[in-house]
Structure formats: structure tokens, C-alpha cells
Design a protein around this ligand. Structure first.
Ligand SMILES: N[C@@H](CCC(=O)N[C@@H](CS)C(=O)NCC(=O)O)C(=O)O
Length: 206
């Protein structure tokens, strides 16, 4: 059985958890914090969570894990068969992580952990987030899913990166990322109605 390392407040952890649930894969949750200890680094080379232990070894990086789970799990595919469409899903996944999740993350210390971030960091985050959201508006299909009419791994990344980035931007930057972006709000609600998302939310509340 797959072992899932991480903690329920981690958005990256929740991406992988949703992937496991969507693909009907049984897993064992091993509550773990990110760590630079040798023991954990031997599992997750950057010391980040999540990571998983599959039959053949450990794997980290949420988007990579999601693709692996899609291949070994059952149920509808979460990556398109067509190579170009599959690459487009990867493109969206990468854009959301690099240009929305990561700029927002620079302000997480102030948004969620009671620390201050500098005005320079905030100014950069604000500019980067504006570009990242514009990119998602330009490249996302939202018909109704991010990449088109089928639920894919890009929707999982969307759900657990854009929502958190939006909460962070509102709190720290006074910026409404979802303003003039009703498609994103609608998609988030649609994804929230999935059993997998309900399970993730329920576990988070615990
Ligand atoms: N690129 C990684 C990012 C994972 C990540 O940043 N996880 C956070 C928790 S949400 C973490 O481990 N932070 C501790 C650290 O950066 O050392 C992924 O896709 O899994």
C-alpha cells in the first residue's frame, strides 16, 4: 500500500491526497513535517512534504506524484491521452505552481504564521501574482475545468494553489485575485462538490 507523508494543513499534501482519492488508491497516512534531517531527506530529497512511498521507492514533488498516481490508479484518467493535450495540462499545472502558488507563498509568513514580510517582497508578490492570474485567465479553458471539459490533474493543482493564494493575497496584499474571474470561483465550487475534495476538507477540519 502507498504511504503518504505530510500533514493535512499543507496544500501540496492535499493535492496528492485528492489524487489518491480520485484514483481509488488505498494509502496509509504518515503524519510528517518537512525536515532537513537525514532520515527524512532520504525519503524526500528537498525535505519537503508531501512525499509518497510506493512499492518501488519514494517519490516527491506533488505534480510528479499526481502523474504517477494517475498511471497506477484506476478510474477515469486525469491526464489526456493525446500528447499535445497532455502537454497543455502540464503547462497549466506548471504555470499555476510557478506564477501563482510560489509568488503567494512569499507572503505566507505574514498571511498564516504571524510574521511580517517586507514591503519589497509584497510589491514583488503583487506584481507577480497579477501576471500569474492574467496568464491563467488567458490559458485556462474553464469549460468548466481548467483544461477543458474533463477533470484533470490541473484541476487538483488549481484547487489547492489558487484558493490559498487568493486568501493570502487578500490578507496581506489587499488584492482580490478572483475579481473579474467568475470562472475560477465556479470551478472551485464544482471541485468542492467532489467526494475527494469533501474528504480532504473534512480531514483538514479534524
Ligand atoms: N514543489 C514541492 C513543494 C512542496 C512544499 O513546498 N511543501 C511545503 C509544505 S506545504 C514544505 O514542505 N515546506 C517546507 C520547506 O519548504 O522546507 C511540491 O510540489 O511538492
Amino acid at each position: 500500500m502507498i504511504k503518504l507523508y505530510g500533514f493535512t494543513l499543507s496544500n501540496y499534501f492535499n493535492m496528492v491526497k485528492m489524487g489518491l482519492l480520485e484514483k481509488g488508491l488505498e494509502y496509509e497516512f504518515v503524519e510528517t513535517q518537512a525536515s532537513q534531517d537525514d532520515a527524512y531527506l532520504s525519503k524526500s530529497p528537498m525535505g519537503k512534504v508531501p512525499c509518497i512511498e510506493a512499492e518501488g521507492g519514494f517519490l516527491s514533488e506533488a505534480n510528479v506524484i499526481l502523474e504517477y498516481l494517475d498511471e497506477v490508479g484506476s478510474g477515469p484518467a486525469l491526464m489526456p491521452k493525446d500528447p499535445l493535450q497532455r502537454a497543455r495540462v502540464r503547462e497549466l499545472m506548471k504555470e499555476m505552481e510557478l506564477y501563482i502558488e510560489l509568488p503567494a507563498r512569499t507572503c505566507f509568513p505574514e498571511a498564516f504564521f504571524g510574521n511580517k514580510v517586507s514591503d519589497e517582497v509584497k510589491a514583488k508578490a503583487k506584481a507577480d501574482l497579477a501576471k500569474g492570474v492574467a496568464c491563467l485567465k488567458r490559458n485556462g479553458k474553464f469549460s468548466p475545468y481548467v483544461a477543458g471539459d474533463t477533470f484533470t490533474n490541473a484541476d487538483i493543482i488549481f484547487q489547492y494553489s489558487v484558493g490559498l493564494a487568493s486568501a493570502c493575497a487578500k490578507r496581506v496584499l489587499g488584492m482580490n485575485l478572483l475579481e473579474d474571474f467568475p470562472q475560477a470561483k465556479a470551478l472551485s465550487e464544482l471541485i468542492n462538490s467532489r467526494e475527494s475534495a469533501k474528504q480532504v476538507a473534512a480531514d483538514q477540519k479534524k
